[in-house]
Design a protein around this ligand. Structure first.
Ligand code: COA
Length: 167
């Protein structure tokens, strides 16, 4: 079970700790607490916390560009502290639902490191479509480069959208 709620400043410690889980640095960035605090203030951004059945934070997502005039919302970051337990898939579905149910957004998109096989599997099997590959576009802290993949879901592709097969 997952409960999604807006993040508050007190959640920043959980967010930065999750960003810095060993191994995550290959696939996501990590920001200073001050940068998160500033980003949280913008009405164009939405920080979301996924809570587990016990009511504890078990993942987070950062949405940006909610004010995009073309209706494109950016999933800037999504992560869980304990991968591989099924929470990330549920979190992604909840965040997708938040975007399409609570805003008039048309398209939810993000880019990812091409060698993030676990995330690739979760996205591709959650209804997202790969739109393209930006060759060697991602620079890692160790100086190596990696292709970047762009994924998106359109409102009409949202699994619970009115008229969809799974409604
Ligand atoms: C990506 C992430 C959010 C997914 O959440 P999660 O809780 O680990 O994912 P789940 O446990 O719900 O599902 C993992 C799925 O990937 C599969 N998987 C695991 N490792 C895999 C691999 N190396 N290659 C392909 N599939 C893999 C699992 O079998 C499972 O598939 P299933 O649901 O069809 O059985 C999480 O792993 C994470 O926080 N990773 C670090 C940060 C990150 O990469 N964020 C995304 C940036 S784009």
């Amino acid at each position: 079970m997952i409960t999604l709620r807006p993040a508050v400043v007190e959640d920043i410690a959980f967010i930065t700790a999750t960003e810095q889980v060993p191994g995550h640095e290959r696939f996501i960035g990590h920001w200073a607490p001050e940068r998160h605090a500033a980003a949280m203030q913008s009405t164009a951004n939405q920080y979301l916390i996924g809570e587990d059945a016990a009511g504890d934070p078990a993942g987070f997502a950062i949405l940006m560009e909610l004010d995009n005039r073309h209706g494109n919302v950016l999933l800037q970051r999504i992560a869980v502290p304990e991968p591989g337990r099924g929470f990330g898939r549920a979190l992604l579905a909840a965040v997708t639902g938040w975007v399409f149910a609570r805003s008039a957004s048309h398209r939810l998109w993000f880019n990812m490191f091409a060698d993030n096989a676990r995330a690739h599997h979760v996205y591709a099997s959650s209804g997202f479509t790969m739109e393209g590959r930006l060759r060697e576009a991602r620079l890692r802290a160790d100086g190596t480069r990696c292709d970047s993949l762009i994924f998106s879901m359109l409102r009409s592709e949202w699994p619970t959208a009115p008229g969809s097969a799974t409604t």
